[in-house]
Design a protein around this ligand. Structure first.
Ligand SMILES: Cc1cc2nc3c(=O)[nH]c(=O)nc-3n(C[C@H](O)[C@H](O)[C@H](O)COP(=O)(O)O)c2cc1C
Length: 167
């Protein structure tokens, strides 16, 4: 089989972004406790399952993210799977607001990472392995605990828009 060369349009980042935007995902907020004890979190839709035995998940972070060293050095992080009625938080945790946790109902989980109450599920992880992935870093986490909290409709991301999915 010969390798088909991609044409310039297919190769472009903007085309790839557009094509991938047609893959519907859920929405998470990945959280971590900073060395000073305060919480940090960002909206992430690159979250996915990896393995059941051992229990592994992954997500990827833009290497330009100013908080990347937090995740490179942390003893853990948490995945908050977001509900449709929390899309305002998904927007806030992707935006410019200085205090993303203002008025957010959250607590520290058993592993010491911030958990957003009223999320659909919480997954607490410790680092398993990090991988270079082009302009992103892939963080694989070992699941320490996974808790389903609610059957409310889920936040969804499709064609660049936040929406919702109801089963
Ligand atoms: C729906 C959605 C999904 C996102 N998924 C990711 C992701 O998987 N990885 C990533 O690095 N940024 C992702 N972002 C962008 C980050 O949330 C954003 O760059 C980050 O909050 C910037 O944080 P900072 O201002 O603290 O650097 C996503 C944004 C949105 C709205």
């Amino acid at each position: 089989m010969t390798n088909m060369p991609l044409n310039k349009e297919d190769e472009s980042a903007s085309n790839l972004r557009k094509v991938l935007s047609h893959y519907l995902t859920g929405v998470t907020i990945v959280t971590v406790t900073k060395p000073d004890g305060t919480p940090y979190g960002l909206t992430v839709n690159s979250f996915n399952s990896v393995s059941l035995t051992p229990p592994l998940i992954l997500w990827s972070l833009d290497n330009k993210n100013s908080h990347i060293t937090l995740f490179q050095n942390t003893a853990g992080f948490a995945i908050n799977i977001m509900a449709a009625d929390q899309t305002h938080l998904c927007k806030r945790f992707a935006g410019q607001e200085s205090n993303r946790f203002a008025d957010v109902d959250w607590t520290f989980g058993a592993s010491g990472q911030p958990l957003i109450n009223n999320a659909l599920a919480h997954i607490e992880c410790r680092p398993w392995q990090n991988y270079a992935g082009g302009d992103h870093t892939i963080f694989v986490g070992e699941v320490l605990s996974a808790r389903h909290l609610s059957d409310r409709p889920a936040a969804a991301f499709f064609k660049g828009q936040l929406g919702h999915y109801e089963s």
